[in-house]
Write a protein that binds this ligand. Structure first.
Ligand code: GLA
Length: 423
């Protein structure tokens, strides 16, 4: 065989191999840190009557208004970039002939390419909800079943950057086969799309080893609600599974405890701090669900706290865990950058008062802990700052030192312990 033929055959084989690799698993290079963004579901649910509820209905104007506010109110500048449409955007049936999905023609009159361009022109990214089964969870539009390739192509044609794939109405569907299959179709389009899977939430014994190969993030808990008990329940759910959950998350693959509900009606200021701190500790995606036009200034400041976002986005990508739990008191710890020059890393630490402490559940509580008990071993010590307290410097603490903090009910205090270098 002539040398050129041999070379081109080899090149073709390599190209085929690379193509197979690119469509076989996820590795789309996305979500190296947890995604930040906005999604309407907890706040706006499935409101579709735009005549009665023009501000609240799931429509082009809600997403255009939110895109504008993400930028003008400073959210995009601190990292919130994915604007994701949740359920209830579709026409109830596919196109009669092409079988393509269609957005509701009244609520999205200019189509999704128009909206996608609008969002992209703001420097944001565009996400879209779908379901792996027969119908979406609100029973609203058709699910992907039987149309994986077509729907993935349609999403790519709409320049979607993020797909949330739910798992309702899945009779006779094996999720361990279906989710990877849909992900392969996304990969085949050649358009990078973050793949957010609800897969484990719909299984008794999820195989996270498999899930992490195919998804950038995965829902492991119930739908969050705008209430402290729902936030507490999600935290407890994580705590119970944390051995497993922390093993599988890391750059490109994250545990998703669902949206940030702060900025709505029911979380107190303290509970809002708590949700934010714990979501940062567990390396969760920070996807707000609120009306950006009515978020109170104090909550907006929390949502835009750069030091806390920095913990969430820590490049090591090691999810934290609850290391101590007793009564109303919990301590959550996450190893973060920087390492000092002898290899000891730093920590973000959240001290939580769940608020059922007897005899005074509604009082602030004082907690003391010797740092060594948290596994802080750097003999040179740690410089401590208060992440909610305008980065107030609290001084140097050694492993044998006691750290004392006072925590409001249903609240948190949140600190960064930066390991000190040897000189
Ligand atoms: C499920 C999901 C929610 C939301 C709704 C939409 O309940 O878990 O996050 O997407 O469906 O119907």
């Amino acid at each position: 065989m002539p040398r050129e033929d041999c070379c081109s055959m080899l090149l073709a084989l390599v190209a085929r191999f690379l193509w197979l690799c690119s469509v076989a698993g996820l590795e789309n290079g996305l979500a190296r840190t947890p995604p930040l963004g906005w999604m309407p579901f907890e706040r706006f649910r499935c409101v579709t009557d735009c005549v009665k509820f023009p501000r609240d209905c799931i429509s082009e104007s809600l997403f255009m208004r939110t895109a504008d506010l993400l930028v003008s109110e400073g959210y995009s500048a601190v990292g919130y970039e994915y604007l994701i449409i949740d359920d209830c955007w579709m026409e109830r049936q596919r196109h009669e002939i092409t079988k393509e999905l269609m957005p509701d023609r009244e609520r999205f009159p200019r189509g999704l390419n128009f909206l996608s361009d609008y969002i992209h022109n703001k420097g944001l990214k565009f996400g879209l909800y779908h379901d792996i089964g027969e119908r979406t969870c609100m029973h609203f539009g058709p699910g992907a079943n039987g149309y994986y390739a077509l729907d993935a192509k349609t999403f790519a044609n709409w320049n979607v950057d993020y797909v949330k794939l739910d798992g309702c109405f899945i009779k006779n569907i094996n999720l361990d086969i279906a989710y990877p299959a849909f992900g392969r179709e996304l990969n085949k389009t050649g358009r990078p799309m973050v793949y957010s899977c609800s897969w484990p939430y719909y299984q008794k014994h999820p195989n996270y080893e498999l899930i992490k190969k195919h998804c950038n993030l995965w829902r492991f808990a119930d739908d969050i609600r705008d209430a402290f008990d729902s936030v507490g329940k999600t935290m407890y759910n994580y705590y119970k599974q944390q051995k497993n959950l922390t093993k599988h998350a890391g750059p490109g693959h994250w545990n998703d405890p669902d949206m940030l509900v702060l900025g709505n009606y029911r979380l107190s200021y303290d509970a809002s701090r708590l949700q934010l701190a714990i979501w940062a500790i567990i390396a969760a995606p920070l996807i707000m669900t609120n009306d950006l036009q009515t978020v109170r200034p104090a909550i907006k400041t929390l949502l835009q706290n750069r030091a806390i976002i920095e913990v969430d986005q820590d490049p090591l990508g090691i999810p934290g865990r609850c290391v101590y739990i007793a009564g109303s008191f919990q301590i959550w710890v996450r190893p973060v950058m920087p390492f000092n020059n002898i290899g000891a890393h730093s920590y973000a630490v959240a001290f939580v008062n769940i608020g059922n402490y007897e005899p005074c559940p509604l009082c602030p509580q004082t907690y003391e802990v010797v740092l060594k008990r948290l596994g802080f071993e750097n003999d040179l010590g740690y410089k401590v700052i208060d992440l909610f307290g305008s980065m107030e410097d609290l001084g140097l603490f050694k492993p044998k030192d006691k750290f004392i903090t006072r925590v409001n009910p249903s609240g948190v205090t949140f600190f960064k312990f930066t390991s000190v270098d040897m000189y």
